[in-house]
Design a protein around this ligand. Structure first.
Ligand SMILES: [Zn+2]
Length: 159
């Protein structure tokens, strides 16, 4: 139930964002690779925006390309997201983001600073801020979470 309300809120936010923004955006595939070892991480089609602030990756393959380690320095709650684990590149251990827990769901949040964006024309750009990326990031939808979590019937869903 709470997820559905969340979903509606994301949609409302999306409309207001689109009205504001008139930036030239790339609709083709943009690859995001590790900024240190160049290992492929995910592409723009796999990224969704949560609460208009955090970017998550909804491909299950992304999780296999990451390792996690305890985020002992900053165990904290931000926007209801429990940031207890750090995500690192499985190959070179560069920090890629945070494994956040939201309502019992594991959401891989991206830290754009860990990646290089590879555009269709071959340009490779290290991006510092999300607002500087040249592709659109859709707000997360309920169906995306379905895909990410593979919704296995577990007790935690009912809590
Ligand atoms: Zn790496």
């Amino acid at each position: 139930m709470e997820i559905q309300i969340w979903d509606q809120r994301e949609r409302k936010q999306k409309k207001s964002n689109e009205a504001r923004r008139k930036k030239e955006l790339i609709k083709d595939r943009v690859k995001l690779t590790c900024h240190k070892c160049c290992e492929f991480a995910c592409d723009n089609y796999d990224i969704r925006c949560v609460k208009n602030a955090h970017r998550i990756v909804i491909s299950k393959e992304f999780k296999e390309r990451c390792d996690t380690k305890p985020n002992s320095k900053y165990p904290k709650l931000i926007d209801g997201l429990d940031m207890r684990m750090t995500l690192v590149c499985a190959k070179c251990k560069t920090i890629w983001g945070t494994q956040a827990i939201y309502n019992g769901m594991e959401l891989p949040l991206m830290n754009i600073g860990g990646f290089v964006a590879e555009y269709p024309n071959g340009t490779r750009k290290k991006v510092k801020k999300w607002k500087d990326v040249q592709f659109n990031v859709e707000p997360v939808a309920y169906t995306d979470l379905d895909k990410l979590l593979n919704l296995e019937p577990t007790a935690s869903v009912e809590e």
